[in-house]
Design a binder for this molecule. Structure first.
Ligand code: PRT
Ligand code: ZN
Length: 224
């Protein structure tokens, strides 16, 4: 069901939400975040913001439920591979990479373990929230492994005896260090991106997206 108003899905609460809201405000989009609302109507432009969990954003775009979304490339790529594997629509258009949400998806092992290369992961159990990305990487390396899917506390899996290695997001490296782990392979470098659904748009919506993109360009350049 498409509406006249441009629908943008953003993370409700988390690492992307503050910078995402700031970016929209700097682009001249006026809105008031209040309470636990799912939809926030912008005051000065025909835009509705949809406040959701980041995990839901790729699917909302790929199912054509919202027009634009802001999401980390890690999540976007994982969901995209998952949907392709299930023969579900996985199309989207990447409009631009943003200047926040930077991190890397890395494999880490016990800090004292020897490591010479991906071959050392042969037959190991890897705990992760990103099984599709891990599989794509390990298949490319030709290294068989087993996965252990965890939606949280991935970094404690080796110590808890659940896995031999982990594959998780890293920014400063402090979490790995605190858990006695060392980063041995970077499998993806990620940033937040602005994505658009596939398909037709009204001339008004296209013009609005164009205007937002031009402003975004200015805002991001001014910061550099
Ligand atoms: O509730 P919701 O599902 O919306 O949020 P979430 O908990 O799934 O996601 P959130 O808010 O934690 O992260 C959203 C996005 O931020 C991620 O998908 C990434 O694109 C991006 N991002 C950037 C990060 C990090 N940096 C990051 N450091 N996401 C998570 N981390 C975690 C990481 O998982 C690990 O636990 O931070 C820890 C490592 O940080 P360092 O600094 O110790 O290395
Ligand atoms: Zn999430």
């Amino acid at each position: 069901m498409q509406t006249q108003r441009l629908r943008i899905a953003i993370q409700k609460k988390g690492r992307l939400s503050k910078e995402c809201q700031e970016l929209l405000k700097r682009c001249g989009v006026k809105f008031n975040m209040m309470g636990e609302r799912l939809v926030v109507h912008c005051e000065n432009m025909p835009i509705d913001l949809l406040l959701v969990r980041d995990d839901d954003i790729p699917g909302l775009i790929m199912d054509g439920v919202v027009d634009l979304g802001v999401i980390g490339e890690n999540e976007l790529e994982e969901v995209s591979l998952e949907r392709l594997a299930r023969n579900e629509p996985a199309d989207y258009v990447k409009l631009r990479r943003l200047d926040f949400g930077g991190c890397r998806l890395s494999i880490a092992i016990d800090k004292d373990a020897e490591y010479k290369g991906p071959q050392d992961l042969k037959g190991k159990r890897i705990a992760t929230t990103y099984p599709q990305l891990v599989k794509r990487y390990m298949d490319k390396q030709g290294v068989p492994f087993s996965a252990c899917m965890l939606n949280g506390s991935v970094e404690v899996a080796p110590r808890a005896g659940l896995a031999d290695a982990i594959c998780d997001l890293v920014s400063t490296g402090a979490t790995l260090e605190a858990n006695g782990l060392k980063e041995v392979e970077v499998i993806l470098r990620s940033k937040a991106v602005l994505i658009q659904r596939q398909g037709e748009f009204s001339a008004d919506k296209l013009a609005l997206i164009e205007r937002l993109l031009t402003r975004m360009q200015g805002v991001i350049q001014a910061k550099e």
